[in-house]
Design a protein around this ligand. Sequence first.
Ligand code: PGA
Length: 248
Amino acid sequence: MSRPLIYAANWKMHLGPAAARGFIERFQALTRPEEGRRLWFFPPAVSIAAVCEALDGRADAAVGAQNVHWEAKGAFTGELSLPLVTEVGARIALVGHSERRHLYGETDEQVGRKVGAVLKAGLTPLVCVGETLAERDAGRTEQVVVRQVDAFAERVRDWEPVVIAYEPVWAIGTGKTATPDDAAQVHQLIRFQLGRHGVDRRVPILYGGSVNQGNVLALLAREELDGVLVGGASLDPDGWAELVGLRG
Ligand code: PGA
């Protein structure tokens, strides 16, 4: 394998502790750690501890929170802090997922604060960027993605732990996937923009949006992609084990 690949499973509001444990037990039975492959799981927060326990220290796997607050504690009803998710085993935090941005009004400014807090807490941020269909149709993809990257890039001193996901909003949960060329083009744009921020290392960039067993190989054939962030196709252990096991 030419480059390490990250396969990230975003379970969204699915799989409570019992179901999550069952998923991991089945997945463990189906897969073995492989050189150059990282497996990341983003269960609902109530299932983080169960997933960590079931993974039983598996060296190629890590567990993350789907969302965190930038403050370490305080009167923020319904929110989760980095110390809280870290205590139950999270080592990664998804930041700025389009469902957070578009359904809950999360702003670029808030995404930036969260990225800063995740890094300060010593966790890995998986920062999501991506344009809506209206923005793409209006020819504004580049402008939107650059703006989203700039908003958090200024908060980053050390890029070592940072991972980015390009997820075009129109491709998430819709069955419409960006073509490998579309995805690769935006990945190049993100990388170019990182260069303008003086980033001199290869920050991994994942693609997300209706990735499944049928299209993952064509996407990962593009060397611009360092992995995939998957929702729907990550919810079944057999399907997920198959997807992460496919090789071109
Ligand atoms: P999807 O979700 O694979 O179901 O499109 C991807 C995501 O939202 O991260």
